[in-house]
Design a protein around this ligand. Structure first.
Ligand code: TMP
Length: 218
């Protein structure tokens, strides 16, 4: 099937503290060194409006945010990001590296929070209008290690609402991600996040390089 845009849309996913942002930055550097235009998109956030929505979502004072409002806010931020940043970059032929996308909402709100997958998929159709990642790198590791990392990275108080969820919640998140990878093994690649950052970077590159070559050859 013909791809809708000349660019590449790659997403990074994983539990809090899995190291995906470090790996995204390393991949961005590799791609830039090879001459690609790289756009680093962030969810929630990434745009002026999205940054304001992010503050509401991650403020630890907002414990009373109800699950449906939470899901809608993630999609409000995403709709703005898709429209203002992601689609224009893909149309230019850039590689967009997105730190989380709809898989996060499917897993955190749909599965772990119990909102259900169907409402998430319905909102995805409205907010993303068919835009789906070409490849998703799922940085996976045991929960003990990732939660320890998330807690020790000194998050500002304003951004800790999600980190303060119970361990059981984060366990459901990890299981949800593994379920997605089982369902869509071609798109969602599991990368073992436990080894040192250089080894994880190599594994990420081994997953990404064939996609770029495939496109160049077609
Ligand atoms: P971050 O730490 O990767 O920037 O993500 C912020 C938090 O928001 C993280 O705990 C995951 C959560 N999140 C959701 O619950 N649903 C979503 O759709 C997204 C994008 C993030």
């Amino acid at each position: 099937m013909a791809r809708p845009y000349p660019g590449y849309f790659l997403t990074f996913e994983g539990t809090d503290g899995c190291g995906k942002t470090t790996q995204l930055e390393r991949l961005a550097a590799r791609l830039r060194a090879r001459g690609y235009e790289v756009v680093h998109a962030v969810e929630p956030g990434g745009t002026r409006i999205g940054a304001q929505i992010r503050r509401i979502l991650l403020d630890s004072a907002n414990q009373d945010l109800c699950p449906t409002a939470e899901m809608l806010l993630y999609f409000a931020s995403r709709a703005q990001n898709v429209e203002e940043c992601i689609v224009p970059a893909l149309k230019r032929g850039a590689v967009v590296l997105c730190d989380r996308f709809t898989d996060s909402t499917l897993v955190y709100q749909g599965m772990a929070r119990g909102v259900g997958e169907e409402p998430v998929l319905a909102l995805d159709r409205i907010a993303c209008r068919g835009l789906a990642p070409d490849l998703t790198l799922l940085i996976d590791m045991d929960l003990e290690t990732s939660l320890e990392r998330a807690r020790s990275r000194g998050l500002s108080k304003q951004e800790s609402r999600m980190d303060e969820q119970a361990v059981e919640f984060h366990r459901r998140v990890r299981e949800g991600y593994l379920k997605l990878a089982e369902r869509e093994p071609r798109r969602v690649r599991i990368i073992d996040g436990r080894p040192d950052a250089d080894s994880v970077e190599r594994a990420v590159w081994e997953a990404v390089a064939p996609l770029l070559e495939e496109r160049r050859d077609s």
